[in-house]
Design a protein around this ligand. Structure first.
Ligand code: MN
Length: 502
């Protein structure tokens, strides 16, 4: 997807005080500007880093934060206390801050100059305790924030800052984002339901329903020229099976898929939507379940959830933004079938049709095949396999009084065979720590069968997102042990019950 991170700003703000005199403050400003400039030039950090003057009193901090809140391009702040900055001056500002922020616990010089260190040096480079004073007031005010520790040229610290900047950009992208639902939820399904008003309050995006006639009026408008252009694009991008090639028995079905894609694209573009859901139980006026169209729209950065699953659609959009430009794909996913061989217990992830081609290892095959669900015309779909390597699955659920994010770290493996009769895109993975523990933990946590699967992001990104959103985050990984996991879930019940207040 196209996403220009440089359009987004992170403001680099340094705290100090007047105690040290003008010369020290000048030096602090000079050092901070160097750090800000360096961060902005690093490839790990994709956004624009803007240096802001050193803060030394409560009223200027408050003014700066009001400015940040109102600034459309500002997606968050990086805060650093170069010297000591008595933290009561931060109370008013932090109380009003509505943007995400990162506390960068760094120091201008990496090493102690053993031969020359004197009290002037000690006074100037005291983030070791200045940042602790600042940290205290954040904790005292119960503020969610990201803390990164390390020298400002330390690759680990830079990677952590870069990841957080991507998450902050995704958060900003989600504010006011619109998700379209065609039809309602798949009947009787529980986990795809949820409180859309609560989600708008918590995450900032809005979810609105549309009837299928809203969509079909766009699909019916699509002209032959648009269909032809899409068919050419398909031919250039995918390996078409004989039956969908020009003159093939299913060519007409492929043309209909192209018509649906063009109509859906136009609807989403006109309405300024960033994600959408479909429901195979309500396809009134459409001749096929949109498969290929959904796959291609996901590739372009649209969030998607099948069967009315708007939570996954919005989460996919957020994770698409976080991962823009990174290696590896991100897709809507479903835990489908198990391989329960004791020698290697695995999950085969797939969906009826809708898996994003960004996770394809090789050029996808484009085919039309019958679909046993939905009672419609044979739909077109891209068929491919995801490459081996680390990945995560993330699922957002609504527990009634709060949202919970469940993440599983997994390892994608190559399927042992070509699966020649499976007509959908697929991923085979080993969940960590193993299938038995991972599945038990996932089910205990209430994780859905739908998830966002990504080979571009680590669990840290999702954790940062949950911190910004202020929601519960549950991780299943190599260290997961069921007894401890149950305790964590129970603690979460108490904490989020109390933290929310009345
Ligand atoms: Mn599904």
């Amino acid at each position: 997807m196209d996403f220009n991170f440089k359009d987004y700003e992170v403001w680099f703000v340094t705290g100090s005080q007047h105690l040290y005199g003008e010369e020290a403050l000048r030096q602090v400003g000079e050092d901070a500007e160097k750090v800000a400039k360096s961060l902005g030039e690093r490839p790990e950090i994709p956004v624009t880093v803007v240096y802001k003057p050193v803060m030394t009193d409560s009223s200027s901090i408050r003014r700066l934060i009001q400015e940040a809140n109102a600034h459309e391009k500002c997606i968050g702040l990086i805060l650093w206390m170069h010297t000591f900055s008595p933290a009561r001056m931060w109370i008013a500002g932090l109380g009003e801050l509505r943007k995400p922020y990162l506390h960068f616990h760094t120091q201008f010089y990496r090493d102690i100059p053993w031969e020359s260190i004197d009290m002037d040096y000690m006074n100037l480079h005291q983030s070791a305790h200045g940042d602790r004073e600042f940290g205290f007031i954040n904790t005292r005010m119960r503020k969610n924030r990201k803390i990164v520790v390390g020298h400002w040229q330390d690759p680990e610290a830079l990677a952590a800052i870069g990841a957080w900047c991507r998450v902050a950009a995704a958060w900003q992208d989600g504010q006011g984002a619109k998700i379209a639902r065609f039809g309602d939820n798949m009947r009787d399904v529980a986990v795809t339901e949820g409180d859309k008003v609560a989600a708008q309050i918590q995450f900032g995006y809005e979810v609105n329903g549309y009837s299928l006639s809203d969509l079909t009026s766009y699909v019916d408008e699509v002209g032959e020229g648009q269909i032809q252009a899409l068919l050419e694009e398909y031919e250039a991008s995918y390996n078409l099976t004989d039956r969908v090639k020009e003159g093939g028995e299913f060519r007409e079905y492929l043309k209909e898929s192209a018509r649906i894609e063009a109509g859906l694209r136009a609807f989403l573009k006109d309405g300024g939507f960033k994600g959408f859901t479909t429901n195979f139980e309500d396809l009134t006026g459409l001749r096929q379940l949109p498969g290929l169209a959904v796959q291609r729209l996901m590739k372009d950065g649209y969030g998607f959830g099948a069967e009315g699953d708007w939570k996954t659609a919005a989460l996919l959009r957020a994770m698409k933004v976080m991962s823009a430009g990174l290696k590896g794909g991100t897709s809507f996913m479903e835990d489908y079938v198990y391989h329960l061989d004791p020698a290697g217990q695995r999950i085969l992830g797939a969906h009826m049709l809708e898996v994003c081609e960004t996770i394809a290892k090789d050029k996808p095959v484009l085919d039309v095949q019958p679909l046993s669900i939905g009672g419609k015309e044979n739909p077109a779909r891209l068929i491919f396999t995801a490459p081996a390597g680390p990945a995560i699955c993330a699922s957002l659920i609504d527990l009634g009084n709060r949202f919970r994010m469940v993440v599983n770290e997994v390892e994608v493996v190559d399927p042992p065979a070509d699966l020649p009769k499976l007509p959908v895109a697929r991923v085979l993975w080993d969940p960590k720590p193993n299938l038995k523990v991972a599945a038990e933990a996932w089910i205990l946590a209430g994780g859905a069968h739908h998830s966002v699967f990504t080979q571009a992001l680590t669990s840290k990104y999702v954790e940062d997102y949950c911190e910004i959103a202020g929601i519960e985050y549950v991780l299943i990984n190599e260290e997961t042990e069921i007894r401890k996991f149950k305790q964590d879930l129970r603690l979460g019940e108490i904490y989020y019950h109390l933290a929310r207040g009345i």
